[in-house]
Design a protein around this ligand. Structure first.
Ligand code: NAD
Ligand code: UFG
Length: 341
């Protein structure tokens, strides 16, 4: 397949893994990233893994002129839009920054795509658009009720896409709602490299395992879940990356426009304590933990109904929890300071 794809935010955690899968599938790749939460080194590693080269453009998605130039020079027929800010807590402290980056950035991108006649987009949405579960597993028609500014930026962008499609049905939009991405590429060359203090369970586990943190805080053991700790649907980042390739292939087969959302999750929930046991098995290190009060804004538990992705995109996860933890540990062991040094 000699098709060119522009990937905004392609140097980031999910973007870099998706670049690998796209290059392996024969696509040409141009990454458009301002590196506000990533390192260009990730892209060098993508090239090492695949033995293929990609094009880098440093730019901000709020810069429409730069986007138009990148769309034209790459000859892209489609865009995958990862560029965005993603820290839930920070979104409450700096909501304007989040709306500007995530919502205004996407508007500028859509304008640039329209100007350049590129009408196919995969958008990174999140399970967080659903909010408190009215039923589980969440299916795509679950009502929306995001509980923080980050989640609202994702829902706003989804609404923008649905409105754009309603006014012009030549657009092709795949909205992918990710559950909890974890893991790293099996090579151990690329993985998550959080800047500053991490918020998520996996990077915090790693800091405990390598002795940078005394113990893991378990936020709440009194939820209505089998062992009282929070339950999430963890998905290996390579499975997630493959979902993007499937979405592009599905849209390419269509004669007309489309706008459809898909849950990308494993469909299975694991509790924090089940994760601790899996971390211990993968790293061979005891993970001391301490029960703490619930974290503000956390939900008890949720998991995905990913039937639509299976039946429409022909996608399903193939990597289990053990693989997620083993791959994460390999990345951490090979790169104790991430991409630096
Ligand atoms: P990430 O921070 O690792 O990657 C985002 C990339 O976008 C980074 O390389 C960053 O430098 C770039 N970027 C941010 N703002 C930009 C801008 N204005 N212009 C150009 N580049 C910009 O995050 P990730 O985990 O890879 O997430 C990718 C996407 O998936 C995000 O939109 C995120 O909201 C969404 N998502 C992530 C998760 C998760 O838990 N990781 C869950 C659901 C949805
Ligand atoms: N947890 C702990 N201790 C920690 C960190 C997390 O017990 O130190 C628990 C949380 O309470 C929760 C689970 O581990 O039960 C997972 O928490 P994460 O912070 O790893 O992930 P979240 O489910 O809170 O949110 C993540 C992303 C969001 C995204 C969402 C999609 O951070 O951006 O998944 O499902 F929207």
């Amino acid at each position: 397949m000699d098709e060119s794809i522009l990937i905004t935010g392609g140097a980031g955690y999910i973007g870099s893994h998706t670049c690998v899968e796209l290059l392996n599938a024969g696509f040409s790749v141009t990454v458009f990233d301002n590196y506000c939460n990533s390192k260009p080194e990730a892209l060098n590693r993508v090239e090492s893994i695949t033995g293929k080269s990609l094009t880098r453009v440093q730019g901000d998605v709020r810069d429409r002129v730069a986007l138009e130039a990148a769309l034209r020079s790459s000859g892209a027929s489609a865009v995958i839009h990862f560029a965005g800010l993603k820290a839930v807590g920070e979104s409450g402290e700096q909501p304007l920054r989040y709306y500007d980056n995530n919502v205004v950035g996407t508007l500028r991108l859509l304008e640039a795509m329209q100007t350049c006649g590129v009408k196919t987009l995969v958008f990174s949405s999140s399970a967080t658009v659903y909010g408190a579960p009215q039923f589980l597993p969440y299916s795509e028609d679950h009502p929306f009720a995001p509980t923080n500014p980050y989640g609202r930026t994702k829902l706003m962008v989804e609404d923008i896409l649905r409105d754009a499609f309603a006014s012009d049905d030549s657009w092709r939009f795949s909205i992918l709602r990710y559950f909890n991405p974890v893991g790293a590429h099996a090579s151990g060359l690329i993985g998550e490299d959080p800047q500053g203090v991490p918020n998520n369970l996996m990077p915090l586990w790693l800091q405990v395992a390598v002795g940078r943190r005394e113990c893991l805080n378990v936020f709440g053991d009194d939820y209505d879940t089998p062992d009282g700790t929070g339950v999430r649907d963890y998905i290996h980042v390579t499975d997630l990356a493959e979902g993007h390739v499937r979405a592009l292939q599905w849209m390419a087969q269509s004669d007309g426009g489309l706008c459809r959302a898909f849950n990308l999750g494993a469909g299975v929930g694991y509790s924090v304590l089940e994760m601790v046991r899996a971390f211990e098995a993968a790293s061979g290190k005891p993970i001391p933990y301490r029960i703490q009060p619930r974290r503000a804004g956390d939900l008890a538990g949720f998991h995905a109904n990913a039937d639509s992705a299976r039946s429409v995109l022909g996608w399903q996860v193939t990597r289990d929890l053990q693989t997620m933890c083993a791959d994460t540990w390999r990345w951490q062991s090979n790169n104790p300071s991430g991409y630096v040094g």
